[in-house]
Design a protein around this ligand. Structure first.
Ligand code: PEP
Length: 249
């Protein structure tokens, strides 16, 4: 089993001055029993990797293109991310699915490109409030998993983040029973596809309004192997207690 993972998604937040937060976080977590990852916006990646060097914190990106190079103005390839010193990349976040119309097939192609470069692909799935209220949650996340996850995924290069869209940035969190139901379902779905041994090693993160105050309860839910954290990852003072909660879970 891989180490539990606390991943922070800064989204489109952060300037050069924010690197001081990373230095603080790295200083607070020089070593760790879990994996700690921060995903800043692309212009900061290289400097962020330098800022956390020598600590337990590593740096990830928030997206990549499926192609290795070429005529794709404004895009960044997995090879470029690797070259900038990142270890991981978030793919198929609901904001990218919504803002950029990313499909499951595109997310899958990006994940294949990331894995081919030796990056950890963190693939996001999650239902809308409308889907949840219509009782379609498991159908939706099941279809996203089937469509977005590459065929040759392994526990070494793949992480799944369950992020109900209605819980992202809203302060609303599913009940612990709802989280348990979806995570159990995802584990089974992966098991059917990749076999029980591989599926048991693929980390399943919960994401959506994780805060220092609710992290320990969420980490006690079965099949929760960590968190993808948005707002509460921007300040080391907020993210550090979440890391500590996962370390002691
Ligand atoms: C996210 O965007 O991945 C997220 C979980 O955001 P927040 O923690 O702010 O809800």
């Amino acid at each position: 089993m891989h180490r539990k993972l606390a991943a922070g998604n800064w989204k489109m937040n952060g300037l050069g001055a924010s690197l001081a937060e990373l230095e603080t976080l790295g200083g607070m977590h020089a070593t760790s029993g879990i994996e700690v990852l921060i995903c800043p916006p692309a212009p900061l990646l290289s400097r962020a990797a330098d800022a956390v060097a020598g600590s337990a914190v590593t740096i990830g990106a928030q997206d990549c293109h499926a192609a290795r190079s070429g005529a794709h103005t404004g895009d960044v390839s997995a090879e470029m991310l690797k070259d900038a010193g990142v270890t991981s990349v978030i793919l198929g976040h609901s904001e990218r699915r919504q803002d950029h119309g990313e499909t499951d097939a595109q997310v899958r192609a990006k994940a294949e490109a990331a894995i081919a470069e030796g990056l950890l692909a963190i693939i996001c799935v999650g239902e809308s409030l409308e889907d949840r209220e219509a009782g379609r949650t498991l159908d939706v996340v099941g279809a996203q998993i089937d469509g977005s996850v590459p065929d040759h995924g392994t526990a070494h290069d793949l992480v799944i983040a369950y992020e109900p869209i209605w819980a992202i940035g809203t302060g609303k969190v599913p009940t612990l029973e709802q989280i348990e139901e979806v995570h159990g379902f995802l584990r089974n779905r992966l098991s059917t596809r990749f076999g029980a041994e591989t599926a048991s090693g693929i980390r399943l993160l919960y994401g959506g309004s994780v805060k220092p105050g609710n992290a320990a309860d969420i980490f006690a839910v079965s099949n929760v192997d960590g968190a993808l954290v948005g707002g509460a990852s921007l300040k080391s003072a907020d993210f550090s207690p979440i890391i500590a909660a996962l370390e002691s879970a």
